[in-house]
Design a protein around this ligand. Structure first.
Ligand code: NAD
Ligand code: MG
Length: 397
């Protein structure tokens, strides 16, 4: 049976961990794609190498200073080059049928919205865009006749096992978490943690920002918000379960007492394959799950004392309005400050909580309003300023 696969595709954030996994999946599955655009932040060398292999119409680099190098490396190839945030938005909104949204952070929002408006099927890795403007993003995709298929492994798991026909009978969504590198660490060890130690994820290598989010468990906090929007589920019916082996990617509990789970090896290519071929299944030489060698699967409850980020995220979700976007911005600044060795590891959730406190939660963001995205942008900018002040205060103390 011939598969109905997308042909014209773009990969936003192609030089990152998810971007590279996406191109590797295409390679291994031997799919024939017509590449519309490849985009990167500042790594011109890697972007040029990918462009020479995948022959996109255009290769876009966000950092304008890297454009000369990109041009030089692609000279004579016939591949167009461009630079800047707007050029990325333009390629995201071009005519690809399938767009991998794998830019990290709030920077992914505008391109993802452009792809949604263009009616593309969006494979969404960039969870931050849903956290900051989830309802608007989902509405725009729906209105334009496109779709958003989650790539985040937990949400891909839920997407695969949640039958929309009986969504009303779901009692709980249970998101699994590896627990991160500090699952068994003491508070003292966490307080003294260096970026090198925090970046060492137990099961696989990811971009720096999500690795730190995984260590603070803010990643799971962002994912709770992501799940709430994607699956229209209130915060109190979304739970987090620590499962260090990362074999069970999440679970859906139904009212009749049945719980369905999705399993797979800890590898991002299967969820990317799922988002690429859905509702078909892409054949490729996938690493198969070997439950015998995986050994015992274990579970534990997350520790709210050492991982306050989870509760902060749930509160932001419950507060609604601007709170999730402000939380995300504060977290991005706090993670950057930690990576720059300006603040300690345990300061990260404190900066986020203090930023939310200072910003107050009185101004609601009305998601039915067409300006919700503009409000998310203003909130993001304001929260960054406040978070930077909180960081500066900590550094002076
Ligand atoms: P990464 O840091 O490895 O890659 C990020 C990509 O975005 C790179 O191509 C980079 O050049 C580009 N980029 C960075 N800043 C940019 C900017 N300002 N403008 C344009 N492009 C920019 O990150 P990653 O680990 O691949 O994660 C990407 C997204 O996927 C994140 O939102 C992350 O939360 C999500 N995600 C990642 C994983 C994973 O296993 N890595 C799993 C689930 C979800
Ligand atoms: Mg995840």
């Amino acid at each position: 049976m011939a598969l109905n696969l997308p042909r014209k595709v773009s990969v936003l954030g192609s030089t990152g961990s998810i971007g590279v996994s996406t191109l590797d999946l295409f390679e291994q599955a031997g799919v024939e794609v017509e590449m519309v655009g490849l985009t990167a932040g500042r790594n011109a060398a890697r972007l040029a190498e990918q462009a020479l292999r995948w022959r996109p119409q255009v290769a876009v680099i966000e950092d304008e200073k890297a454009l000369p190098e990109l041009r030089e490396r692609l000279a004579g190839s016939g591949i167009r080059t461009a630079a800047g945030a707007q050029a990325i938005v333009d390629v995201a909104g071009a005519d690809a049928q399938w767009v991998m949204s794998a830019i990290v952070g709030f920077a992914g929002l505008a391109p993802t919205l452009a792809a949604a408006k263009a009616g593309a099927v969006i494979a969404l890795a960039n969870k931050e865009s849903l956290v900051c403007a989830g309802p608007s993003l989902l509405r725009r995709a729906k209105m334009a006749g496109g779709a958003i298929i989650p790539v985040d492994s937990e949400h891909s798991a839920i997407f695969q096992v949640l039958d929309p026909e009986v969504a009303g009978t779901v009692s709980r969504l249970i998101l699994t978490s590896s627990g991160g590198p500090f699952r068994n660490a003491t508070r003292e060890e966490m307080a003294a943690a260096t970026p090198e130690r925090a970046l060492a994820h137990p099961n696989f290598s990811m971009g720096a920002k999500i690795s730190i989010d995984s260590a603070t468990m803010m990643n799971k906090g962002l994912e709770v918000i992501e799940a709430a929007y994607l699956f229209s589920m209130p915060a109190e019916r979304i739970e987090v379960l620590v499962h260090p082996q990362q074999i069970i990617h999440s679970l859906v509990e139904y009212a009749d007492g049945s719980t369905l789970a999705q399993l797979g090896p800890p590898d991002m290519r299967p969820p990317i394959a799922c988002a690429f071929a859905w509702p078909d299944r892409l054949p490729w030489p996938a690493p198969k799950l070997d439950l015998v060698s995986a050994g015992p699967l274990t579970f534990q409850a997350p520790d709210p004392e050492r991982f306050p980020a989870l509760a902060i995220a749930k509160q932001a979700l419950a507060a609604g309005g601007r709170a999730p976007a402000a939380m995300n911005a504060a977290n991005e600044r706090a993670v950057a400050a930690f990576l720059d060795r300006r603040i300690g590891f345990l300061d990260i959730p404190n900066v986020v909580a203090e930023t939310l406190e200072r910003m107050g939660r009185e101004t609601a963001m009305d998601f039915t309003d067409g300006d919700a995205v503009e409000t998310a942008r203003e909130t993001d900018a304001a929260a960054r300023r406040v978070a930077d002040q909180v960081v500066t205060g900590l550094c002076a103390a």
